[in-house]
Every structure is written in structure tokens, then in C-alpha cells.
Design a protein around this ligand. Structure first.
Ligand code: SAM
Length: 303
């Protein structure tokens, strides 16, 4: 990778303060065209701060030099670094717990009854935008705690994200003790083991029984998908919030094609499908279902 000219640390700060409107526009375009993520004017400072770290690390003098590195890189690695820097990865175990309760009370018992009847004991879930892994591991725990005889089932949770940095943390499966505040301790003790890592509050490692249910993969939701589905449920929560309406609409309609008949789509509670055209049936807050009678017209809550 060819780096641009290097500077002395004393002059670095003033150079890095200078993210011109033209360069900001170029970054915005690249990020939108690659990942569908929209950055409004208000995000200029955030972008300057985050990309400034990359510039400092590489000894680059300007954002223009960094843009040139991205534009001259055919491998796609530079784009990945850029997207790693701009993505927002906030997540937690059993975030928005109502969804996990609904899985436990309704989705999984119905699935178990249906699949036990046919003998095809198989479950496929896609966690799209899984961040550092807390969401897919929470799903795996829910399945373990809910599906009787799960050892005899073929269960796979596909967990994907555009950020290689978060995927590394997710695959590692090691979390600080304070991350488990939202989980009852018997559940923590069943599925996580104290790790030999020093740090305040201790660390826990995801048990093998949970880990083996989840496959992590790098995937841009905006690109082609190297799988067909169908999935019984897709969790895409707190991801589409960063996309504009046309991008959300394309994605949601794509999810419809990747779901099994009667499959569920879970979105974040602060998100809504109200203003986009989609064929889903509204079930409850932030939960939608693919039904046989689905049509292309918008079906949402009356609110
Ligand atoms: C705020 S986190 C949400 C994590 C989790 N779903 C939750 O609700 O707790 C959003 C995640 O979406 C990912 N993301 C953003 N744009 C993406 C894209 N185009 N393709 C795949 N993942 C994307 C980010 O990297 C980030 O990890």
C-alpha cells in the first residue's frame, strides 16, 4: 500500500483539522455507494475524528491523501478499513428483550410443533448486522433454553456484518463481566464460562455449545449474498436506521425473498417499515411476517 507524504507530529493536528467540504462529500459518496450508509452534514466532525486516527497511524498529511489511497486500492481492503471506522456498533446481550421473549413464547414453540410433525428438525436464523456478537449469541441461548431436544436438531445461526473489526471480537467470544448485567445469573452460568483474563469484573467466554450454533461471516448487505436461505427468522435490528428510504425498501424486499413462508423479520424498535412499500404482515412492534397471502402493497400498523 503506497502511503502519502509524512509529517512531523507537531504539525499534524492542524493538517488533520482540515477536512474540506469537497473531501467530506467524496467520503460520503463512497460510504453511501458501498454500504448504503448515509452520513448527514452533522456527521462531518465525527468522520474527521474517526478518520483522523487512521491518518495519524499511517503518517498521512491530509484527508485527500487518504482518499487517494482508497481510490487506488483495487483489493477492497481500504474500503473495509474505512467502513470499520465509520460504522456504529452499539449492541448488547438480549437488547430489546421483547423480541427474545416473543421467540421463546411464540415463534419457537410453533416451529417445534410444526417441524416435529414433519420430522424435519431444522432451524435457520440470519442475524444481519450482528456487530460484536451479542445478538446472535443471545439468539443461540434462547434456542438452547427453549427448544426441547435441541441436540437432535439441525440449527444454524448465520451472523454477518460489514465490519471485520467487530467480527473478530464476535468470533473471539470473550466478553467483560459488565456486559452480562441484562442476563439472569443462572443463564450466564449455564452458557458462559469465567475466563482466565485479568480485568475488573472478570471476563466470560461463550461456551462451545452456544458458539457452534453461530457462523460469522463478512457481508455487505448492499452486495450479493452467497447463500439462498430460506431463513425462519431474520434479525436486522438497528442497522437500517443508517440507510435512506430507497435502500431500506430494497433491503426489506430482499429479506422477504430470503425468508421461508411464515418466516419472521425483526427490526429495531426505533425503526419502522411504515414509510416503505413491502409485502410483510405486521405482527407486533418491530416484528413482521411473511405470509402466503402477502401482496406487494404496504402492510403496516394503522398508526
Ligand atoms: C448498531 S449495530 C446493531 C447490532 C445489533 N443488530 C443490535 O441491534 O444490537 C449496526 C451494525 O450494522 C453494521 N452495518 C452497517 N451497514 C452495514 C452494511 N451495509 N452491511 C452489513 N452490515 C452493516 C455495522 O457494522 C454494525 O455492526
Amino acid at each position: 500500500m503506497a502511503h502519502g507524504s509524512r509529517i512531523e507530529p507537531a504539525t499534524e493536528q492542524s493538517h488533520l483539522r482540515d477536512l474540506t467540504d469537497a473531501d467530506f462529500e467524496k467520503f460520503r459518496r463512497i460510504i453511501y455507494e458501498t454500504a448504503g450508509i448515509t452520513l448527514n452534514e452533522g456527521k462531518k466532525e465525527l468522520l474527521r475524528a474517526r478518520l483522523g486516527k487512521i491518518l495519524r497511524k499511517r503518517g498521512l498529511t491530509s484527508f485527500t491523501d487518504y482518499l487517494a489511497e482508497i481510490e487506488n486500492d483495487d483489493s477492497g481492503d481500504e474500503i473495509t478499513v474505512l467502513l470499520d471506522a465509520v460504522s456504529t456498533n452499539v449492541t448488547s446481550f438480549f437488547r430489546e428483550p421483547d423480541h427474545f421473549r416473543f421467540m421463546e413464547s411464540t415463534v419457537l414453540p410453533a416451529l417445534a410443533a410444526a417441524r416435529n410433525q414433519t420430522g424435519a428438525r431444522k432451524v435457520r436464523i440470519w442475524c444481519a448486522g450482528c456487530s460484536t456478537g451479542e445478538e446472535p449469541y443471545s439468539l443461540a441461548v434462547t434456542l438452547r433454553e427453549t427448544l426441547p431436544g435441541i441436540e437432535g436438531w439441525d440449527v444454524k445461526i448465520l451472523a454477518t456484518d460489514i465490519s471485520t473489526r467487530v467480527l473478530q471480537i464476535a468470533r473471539n467470544g470473550l466478553y467483560a463481566g459488565d456486559k452480562f448485567k441484562t442476563m439472569p445469573s443462572p443463564v450466564v452460568n449455564r452458557w458462559f464460562v469465567p475466563a482466565e483474563v485479568h480485568g475488573e469484573g472478570g471476563y466470560y467466554r461463550v461456551q462451545h455449545a452456544i458458539r457452534k450454533m453461530v457462523t460469522f461471516a463478512h457481508l455487505n448487505l448492499h452486495a450479493d449474498y452467497p447463500f439462498k436461505g430460506p431463513f425462519d427468522a431474520i434479525f436486522c435490528r438497528n442497522v437500517m436506521i443508517y440507510f435512506d428510504r430507497p435502500t431500506q425498501e430494497t433491503l426489506v424486499n430482499r429479506y422477504h425473498r430470503y425468508l421461508a413462508e411464515d418466516g419472521y423479520l425483526f427490526i429495531g424498535h426505533s425503526e419502522s417499515l411504515n414509510s416503505i412499500a413491502h409485502p410483510f404482515k405486521y405482527v407486533r412492534p418491530a416484528v413482521y411476517r411473511k405470509t402466503g397471502a402477502a401482496s406487494a402493497e404496504r402492510k403496516g400498523p394503522s398508526a
